[in-house]
Design a protein around this ligand. Structure first.
Ligand code: PLP
Length: 434
């Protein structure tokens, strides 16, 4: 790019050739505090083109669970590339090995199909469920994000006046797809029971076991169990979207921790420590529908599906998650961030809370108590969050200024960055009150 490459020059050139100047609208929110572009990442840090170094709490929306550029994962990828980047036909020992690992680890996984993104995984899962039931209607929960396709990008962040109604998140979505997506409040088992009374054409119920797209909603005792019971009674597949929770919170998925086994599971993000790899897995009789020759049954397709780079990263990441105390350590650290933030909010007399689970945390201002559902998150003070995020950015802590999103920890984060974060949060929160 030449010698005069700066944050500003890169973003200015990006704005000319990339819509909004970044690959997604959410990524462009990083510009809320001025132009910024990145040229390096290592461990827990992210380096901007201008040379500023940040502690990274964004972690690419969550996949980086071991730390950026974790050497064993990168070496595994390099070794795989040496054997050829893509065969794209038949199968490979690597593909079989990673599928077998998932079958061993994830309670619902009897068979596995790989793909490259969480969005593909939820799309495939819904197609499998529709083929199995012969029905069209998909039930999802308000505040849950399952990717950008038309079947599910509904009522993720509805405005107050659209709560309880279908809210397409994007222009250009197929109205028929939106109409076939039923939206229910999270943590309301009665609403699900009522929906099954009302509709006899439900194809699938899809749910994040812990909805992290709005910070963190913890399922109340009995909620996931009711989803399991009601779907089983009606022979409708229950899909757990474990794109965030799978592997970041448990090497066996939250379904193992909660003791609720869905029929289909979607995995991505932390599975490959930043390399593109995702999977849909589940009961053999559902998955086997995809075992045809692309002229019958359910078509699951993709030139890059089961890409050796993603699979090599997944094999090594899963090995480390299983054999090292990664989840335990990052979760314990997450607890300290939440407690630390709660303490600071109280000390400064600022209304707010620190929600989260395991290695995920999210300071939310202007709201108190445990959020049960999307409505409980709606009232949060977006401006105050922006002020906090700006102050923390100035002090070297990077996270998205979107108040509904979350911050993540990796295995490369440790005591030292925790103490710096807390000291800086103290200073920033102190400046908010004055
Ligand atoms: N499901 C959940 C719970 C997610 O958080 C995301 C992405 O943030 C997706 C699905 C979509 O995954 P991807 O961005 O890999 O398509």
């Amino acid at each position: 790019m030449g010698d005069d490459v700066t944050n500003r020059s890169v973003v200015s050139r990006a704005r000319a050739v990339i819509p909004g100047g970044a690959q997604t609208g959410l990524r462009a929110q990083a510009y809320d505090f001025g132009e910024i572009a990145f040229s390096g990442a290592a461990g827990a840090t992210l380096e901007a083109v201008d040379g500023e170094v940040f502690t990274d709490y964004h972690l690419a929306f969550g996949p980086i669970v071991l730390g950026h550029g974790h050497p064993p994962v990168d070496e595994a990828v390099t070794n795989t590339i040496d054997e050829g980047v893509l065969y794209g036909t038949a199968t490979t020992p690597l593909e079989v090995e990673v599928a077998e690992r998932l079958v061993d680890l994830v309670p619902s996984a009897e068979q596995v199909n790989f793909c490259n993104s969480g969005t593909e995984a939820t799309y495939h899962a819904i197609r499998l469920a529709r083929a199995y039931t012969g029905n069209d209607r998909v039930i999802k929960f308000e505040g849950c994000y399952h990717g950008w396709h038309d079947y599910v990008d509904v009522s993720v962040y509805p405005p107050q006046e659209r709560v309880g109604k279908r809210h397409p998140e994007s222009d250009g979505m197929l109205p028929e797809a939106v109409e076939h997506t039923e939206v229910l409040p999270f943590n309301d088992p009665g609403a699900l029971e009522d929906a099954f009374e009302e509709f006899d054409d439900v194809a699938a119920v899809i749910c994040e076991p812990i909805p992290h797209s709005v910070g963190c909603l913890l399922p109340e005792e009995g909620f996931l169990e009711t989803l399991r019971e009601v779907t089983a009674e009606n022979d409708v597949p229950l899909i757990f979207d474990e794109v965030i929770t799978g592997f970041r919170h448990s090497a066996r998925g939250m379904q193992h921790e909660f003791g609720v086994t869905p029929d289909l599971t979607c995995l991505a993000k932390a599975m490959g420590n930043g390399y593109p790899i995702a999977a849909v897995c589940g009961r053999e009789n559902l998955m086997a529908q995809a075992g045809g020759d692309n002229t019958s049954g359910v078509v699951i397709s993709g030139t890059y599906s089961g890409h050796p780079v993603g699979l090599a990263a997944a094999r090594e990441t899963l090995r480390l998650l299983e054999t090292e105390p990664v989840v335990e350590e990052i979760s314990a650290l997450g607890e300290r961030y939440r407690e630390g933030l709660e303490g600071l909010l109280a000390d400064h007399g600022i209304e707010g809370r620190a929600v989260g689970y395991g290695s995920v945390f999210s300071p939310q201002f202007g709201v108190t108590g445990e959020p049960r559902n999307y409505e409980d998150v709606l009232g949060l003070d977006e401006e105050r969050f922006a002020e906090f995020a700006r102050g923390m950015r100035e002090r070297g802590h990077f996270f998205t200024p979107n108040p509904y999103k979350r911050q993540h920890l990796s295995w490369a984060h440790g005591e030292r960055v925790f103490e710096t974060y807390l000291a800086d949060a103290d200073a920033v929160l102190g400046s908010l009150t004055s």
